[in-house]
Design a protein around this ligand. Structure first.
Ligand code: TUI
Length: 317
């Protein structure tokens, strides 16, 4: 058993959070992760509030364990989704893609645990002071929308800057990553890409297979010109996206091109036109397994490192 303050804070068995990936992290994956002792997190993406409420009900039909809802702050429905989370009394809300300061008060008043994703020390300090219960420090190895600092330097700098518990994310897909995160001062990890390749995840088999096949340099980042960098698997779609950016296409043209691309990847497995968001850890993913097996494997690997392998390097004298 591996117990950290994150297990106490969230009432979970393993100190592992599943990233709230839009379209991918539906009730199926979320309930499987929570049932298996991690924290499943619903990806609300740009979805309307009715969809989020329906998914929350489905999660509750499948598990009585704690779960979370992720809200990307650039969602056009952000205010309404927050309202749904409060009405439904969801146990945990994670946020991403911006500063959730205005939402922290109302969520805390409703008794909800608030865990923002941060990509910088400055925002971490501000949110730590404002009453966030914990912070997810997410490095630019992650898939999807990213910041510009890597996990290895980001996590310990955030740990040093705040008083609240810190969860490491970005580039983590196995027990080595979990042990390393704990060594950096984190109380647990969040993983996204690794959870796509599970049996319970509804992502199209083509999506899963491309992650399993991926190597260390299989991802790239587009969207810098929009101020919205996104990491995804290299495919015909991201290469065309990059060309548009290089040609100086207008923001409207680029947004039109990108709209709906994640849905095409997740639901249709459309390798030509889809945005297969994934982190650099894709190169570490070699199989598609049940969630429970995955969590147990990762924790066992981290324990073996912490208890046997690493202490053997410390010699007396
Ligand atoms: O939110 C994410 N990753 C995501 S959300 C998403 S949904 C989507 N995105 C694009 C197209 C279609 C759908 C895909 N991936 N990760 C959390 C995250 N948050 N990463 C980085 C940040 C972040 C960045 C800046 C958090 C705060 C921030 O603050 C800026 C500020 O105001 O200081």
């Amino acid at each position: 058993m591996l117990r950290t303050p994150l297990c106490e804070l969230l009432g979970i068995k393993h100190p592992i959070i599943q990233g709230g990936m839009a379209w991918v992290a539906t009730a199926e994956l979320v309930s499987a992760v929570s049932e298996a002792g991690g924290l499943g997190v619903l990806g609300s993406g740009n979805a309307p509030p009715d969809y989020v409420r329906e998914q929350i009900h489905l999660i509750r039909e499948r598990t009585s364990k704690p779960f979370g809802v992720n809200l990307p702050l650039f969602s056009p429905y952000a205010d309404e989704v927050i309202k749904v989370c409060i009405e439904e009394k969801v146990p945990v809300v994670t946020t991403g893609g911006g500063n959730p300061a205005p939402y922290i008060g109302p969520l805390k008043e409703a008794g909800i645990i608030v865990i923002p994703v941060v990509a910088s020390v400055a925002l971490a300090k501000r949110l730590g002071r404002m009453g966030a219960d914990a912070l997810i420090a997410e490095g630019m190895e992650s898939g999807g929308h990213i910041g510009d600092v890597a996990t290895l330097p980001l996590v310990p700098q955030v740990v040093d800057a705040v008083k609240v518990p810190v969860i490491a994310a970005g580039g983590i897909a196995d027990g080595r990553g979990l042990a390393a995160a704990l060594a950096l001062g984190a109380v647990g990890i969040q993983m996204g890409t690794r959870f796509i390749c599970t049996e319970e995840c509804i992502a199209h088999p083509v999506y899963k297979q491309h992650i399993v096949k991926a190597h260390d340099r299989a991802t790239m980042v587009t969207g810098y010109s929009l101020g919205h960098p996104v990491r995804a698997l290299k495919n015909p779609m991201v290469h065309r996206f990059q060309e548009l950016e290089k040609m100086g296409a207008s923001e409207e043209e680029i947004i039109e091109f990108g709209t709906g691309a994640l849905r095409k990847a997740v639901l249709e497995g459309d390798w030509e036109n889809g945005s297969f968001m994934a982190g650099q850890s894709a190169g570490l993913v070699h199989d598609i397994v049940p969630v429970k097996e995955l969590l147990e494997r990762i924790v066992a690997e981290a324990e073996e490192l912490l208890v046997n392998k690493l202490p053997a390097y410390v010699v007396k004298g």
